[in-house]
Design a binder for this molecule. Structure first.
Ligand code: FMN
Length: 541
């Protein structure tokens, strides 16, 4: 994240920038100074930007300027004061806009002219009248461009830099607060926003970024929701929700129209009475304490937005992503591999949907179900491990460094409530292996093992992508536990209500659909940035 100050020459960028950096206690740099330093390093000559421009000519000057801008952008959490025309260059604009808050210092042409006359004499070789005409046009053009891109526009005409910095700081915190609400949106090209609370009237999602013409039926979504809904078996929460999906927009005659797809699920069986006695208490293990610390106003009924019920909305949106990927030959299989100390010994995919715990080993499943039932009888809960496998991915999907597919997937899975750890391939166990054993040897027919879990350097190998998530025991338990209330008084709590004695079987469709959103988004990004790299699969949908 960076704060970038743009504006015409003499618009007060430097004085505002320095004052703002002081107020925010962050470092700042000026692209003009960086450019001058770079020139000095290259030539041993100390020259001003204007002189360097005259010496190098426009083209070489722009190249050096781009290098300086990149160097500034590489410094994290910095304030960058740009030169008067830096933002005009599309290459610089691309670098500066990424992950930044753009502050445009604007003021009237008259003020700019006054300041310019005070500080410098333009050495343009033009007559004063011709210069003024040109200058006014230049300012008008910059104003149009800068105000289009800016997140914050600040008039630097009247106030002194200290007052302006305080005003900018206020606008900056409002801007950052708005960005934080993006915590409810996931994805870059395929974007899913979810809304709604556990005991509110409804939950929903808006899925945007899909092209027109994709076949979508309510049933495609309903099938996934049915796998997630409560009350589906003896070992899930008995809350009776049908989780019926309604498509409000974006689909016409069974096909996407290319506009946002709005999906809604009405809450039909919320019983808030059980939450009344504990409304001032914080459930240990749940998000009650932290939500209170942050918002000082929380929907105590069922955990509000921190409820596992929020995941119904992502399953609805993710079901569409999953369907699109299925048509590209990609399948998702999540299954339970451990509950408490009971582990699955074999994988038979046919078994997964045949038992309540969604384990691919029928014998282990029976033991696991017993363990969940026992925990419930003892007014307690249990956790476990889910393995997610993505089959049919082409080799070459993903990005290096910050957008590694491993990083995107683990981040997305960690957004699911109750997931406390995620590993890829051999995960933590690989640290105990020798390199010669850990490496997946390669033959022309393919890889000889899959310890890497289908990813090398953040890019798919074409082998199944394997990851595992550790799911904690459900926080809400009927046993007596120690806690405090919102007035910081010690208290005891036992949570009645209808809770999952084990979250694992219900998290399975959530993991699959969340991973589908990540994969589809990465795929669509790649289609745009490296068209042809997944050519074989590109035209399937
Ligand atoms: C599908 C699903 C169902 C859940 N059911 C419950 C539940 O019945 N009771 C409960 O206390 N927590 C439940 N949770 C877990 C809480 O949402 C989660 O523990 C809480 O938000 C705190 O977040 P954290 O565990 O990620 O820190 C569920 C989570 C998911 C994903």
């Amino acid at each position: 994240m960076k704060i970038v100050i743009i504006g015409a020459k003499a618009s007060g960028k430097s004085s505002l920038g320095r004052e703002l950096a002081r107020l925010l206690q962050i470092k700042y740099c000026e692209t003009d100074s960086l450019l001058e330093d770079m020139y000095y390093k290259d030539t041993g000559r100390s020259q001003s930007c204007k002189e360097i421009f005259d010496i190098l000519g426009k083209e070489d000057f722009r190249k050096l300027e781009e290098k300086a801008v990149q160097a500034a952008a590489d410094l994290d959490w910095q304030l960058i004061i740009t030169g008067g025309s830096t933002f005009i260059s599309p290459a610089n604009r691309k670098i500066l806009r990424k992950d930044s808050v753009l502050i445009y210092c604007c003021c009237t042409t008259e003020v700019l002219l006054e300041r310019l006359a005070e500080t410098t004499t333009p050495e343009t070789g033009l007559s004063k009248t011709v210069f003024l005409e040109w200058y006014k046009k230049d300012i008008a053009q910059k104003n149009e461009l800068y105000s289009t891109f800016a997140d914050i526009i600040i008039n630097t005409g009247k106030k002194n830099p200290a007052d302006l910095a305080r005003q900018t700081e206020q606008l900056l915190s409002e801007e950052l607060a708005v960005r934080c609400t993006a915590a409810n949106t996931y994805g870059k090209i395929i974007r899913l926003t979810t809304f709604g609370e556990s005991h509110g009237p409804a939950l929903g999602a808006v899925l945007d970024g899909l092209p027109a013409g994709i076949n979508i039926r309510e049933n495609d979504i309903q099938t996934e929701l049915d796998r997630r809904r409560p009350g589906q078996s003896s070992i899930t929460s008995p809350r009776r929700e049908k989780d019926k999906i309604h498509i409000l927009s974006g689909v016409f005659n069974g096909k996407t129209t290319g506009t946002p797809i709005a999906l809604i699920i009405y809450n039909k069986d919320s019983d808030s009475a059980k939450y009344e006695p504990i409304k001032d208490l914080f459930r240990p293990g749940h998000a009650d304490f932290t939500f209170w610390q942050k918002f000082f106003n929380r929907d105590y009924r069922g955990g509000g937005r921190s409820s596992g019920r929020e995941t119904a909305a992502r399953v609805a949106g993710g079901a569409i992503a999953k369907k699109i990927l299925r048509q590209r030959g990609v399948s998702f299989y999540a299954h339970t591999i451990a509950i408490e100390n009971i582990t699955a010994g074999k994988i038979d995919y046919e078994q997964i949907e045949k038992n309540e715990i969604r384990c691919a080993d029928a014998d282990a499943a029976a033991e696991m179900i017993k363990a969940v039932a026992q925990a419930r009888a003892e007014k307690d809960s249990v956790g476990g491990i889910v393995q997610l496998e993505i089959h049919g991915l082409p080799a070459g999907l993903g990005d290096p460094v910050f957008a590694k597919l491993d990083a995107r997937l683990t981040q997305a899975i960690m957004t699911i409530g109750a997931v406390k750890a995620v590993e890829i391939g051999q995960g933590f166990a690989i640290s105990k292996m020798r390199g010669s054993k850990a490496n997946d040897n390669i033959r022309k027919e393919g890889f000889l093992s899959n310890n890497a879990g289908g990813l090398l350097g953040g890019i798919t190998t074409g082998q199944p992508l394997i990851m595992r998530a550790a799911v904690k025991p459900t926080p809400s338990v009927a046993r007596q536990q120690q806690t405090i209330d919102r007035y910081n008084r010690n208290s005891m709590i036992s949570v009645a209500g209808r809770h999952d004695p084990c979250i694992v079987p219900r998290i399975i469709p959530v993991m699959e659909t969340m991973a589908a959103l990540v994969v589809l988004d990465a795929w669509e990004i790649q289609k745009k940035l490296h068209p042809g790299s997944l050519a074989e699969n590109n035209n399937k949908v």
